[in-house]
Ligand binder design. Structure first.
Ligand code: NAD
Length: 332
């Protein structure tokens, strides 16, 4: 049995090597290149491919995989929206993903950023860099005195709730599906509007669906408390960036931590050499603000998460090849 893993980064390679050692019955090939028309030939002779990229998995690529008899494709990430579903079906290619590799990684990062906002560490770091060691006027707020509104109580939302409670915050939540355990605790409110009206901090953990697109827009911001803090470690498209900038300008939003951004593809995880060369004026506008923390989609980026992405995808691919089954099969 042979599996080829595409787009393997340096930080993933040690985990792939370890998996390979632990699975001597599988011949593992790997490349740092992404799966596209110029690299798909490397899959000839393999039984399955393991991949992770934002670049599309096009019909041309999937047709070639099909013609080489490669019927199993395992993603090391969650999102499958960049796969040409018709082409995958036409070629009988089964796809798995890794729906959860470490919800705690994202939750811990979100809480870190919230504490940085509340304790004004970005402002103090900048002041200290200029030799200004004064306290005022940058007095902080305490999370234990605040109400955190968690939008969506899936895996990451629930991990975040555990952390916020640990800080002594009051937690309320909104979700179209009520988790039975949380339901018992009575933390759910009935509508997004109620969540907006009651929260000092909004922690967003919903997936990017058509109906959620720009859910945080001018109208939503107008329903929030004055001086609300916004945390978006979910998907950039959930927030109307122009509306957020207006809400920051007016003071409606006191601070925001954004690990995702609606135009992040091709920008995040790239070294532009200098701040000025970042090719997105709106993003630079946000980064320049002391009360906005922009991070380049790194909430997931921990050793445990990267290990799990590699291991879960390789395990799923091997299982598909051996048995035609996997608990991580995706319906395209
Ligand atoms: P999940 O599937 O476990 O949970 C999603 C929850 O959202 C579910 O409870 C669902 O009922 C709820 N939901 C869906 N639509 C809703 C709506 N319109 N209103 C209210 N609730 C709604 O997902 P998860 O694993 O917790 O991931 C949450 C988000 O985090 C996703 O957007 C995911 O893409 C993102 N994410 C970010 C990173 C990162 O590094 N920043 C890493 C992984 C995942």
């Amino acid at each position: 049995m042979k599996i080829i893993a595409y787009g393997i980064r340096d930080d993933e390679k040690p985990y792939l090597d370890k998996w390979s050692e632990e699975n001597p019955d599988v011949e593992v090939a790997s490349t740092g290149e992404l799966l596209d028309e110029s690299t798909v030939d490397q899959a000839k002779g393999a039984d399955g491919v393991v991949v992770y990229q934002q670049k599309p998995y096009t019909a041309a690529v999937l047709d070639k995989l099909g013609s080489y008899g490669v019927k199993f494709m395992s993603l090391r990430n969650v999102g499958v929206d960049n796969i040409d579903a018709d082409a995958a079906k036409r070629n009988g290619i089964q796809v798995t993903n890794v729906p959860a590799y470490s919800p705690e990684a994202i939750a811990e990062f979100t809480a870190t950023e919230l504490m940085r906002l509340l304790r004004r560490t970005n402002t103090f770091d900048r002041k200290i860099a200029h030799g200004d060691l004064r306290w005022a006027p940058d007095i902080a707020e305490e999370l234990n005195q605040m109400t955190v509104g968690v939008f969506a109580t899936g895996r990451i939302g629930r991990a975040a709730i555990r952390i916020y409670k640990g800080f002594g915050a009051k937690v309320i939540a909104y979700d179209i599906f009520h988790n039975p355990e949380l339901e018992k605790e009575g933390i759910y409110v009935d509508s997004p509007e109620e969540l907006y009206a009651k929260s000092d901090v909004l922690s967003i953990h919903a997936p990017a669906t058509k109906e959620n697109e720009h859910m945080l827009n001018d109208d939503a911001f107008s329903k929030m408390k004055d001086g609300v803090y916004i945390l978006n470690p979910a998907r950039g498209i959930l927030v109307d960036t122009d509306a957020l900038i207006r809400a920051l300008d007016s003071g409606k939003v006191a601070g925001a931590a954004l690990d995702v951004y609606e135009d992040e593809v091709g920008i995040f995880n790239t070294d532009f050499g200098s701040f000025d060369k970042i090719p997105d004026e709106r993003l630079k506008n946000l980064i320049k603000r002391e009360n906005v923390l922009v991070s380049p989609h790194i909430a997931f980026y921990t050793k445990r998460a990267v290990r799990n992405m590699v291991y879960f995808a390789m395990d799923a691919n091997k299982s598909l090849i051996n048995t035609g089954k996997s608990d991580k099969l995706v319906k395209l």
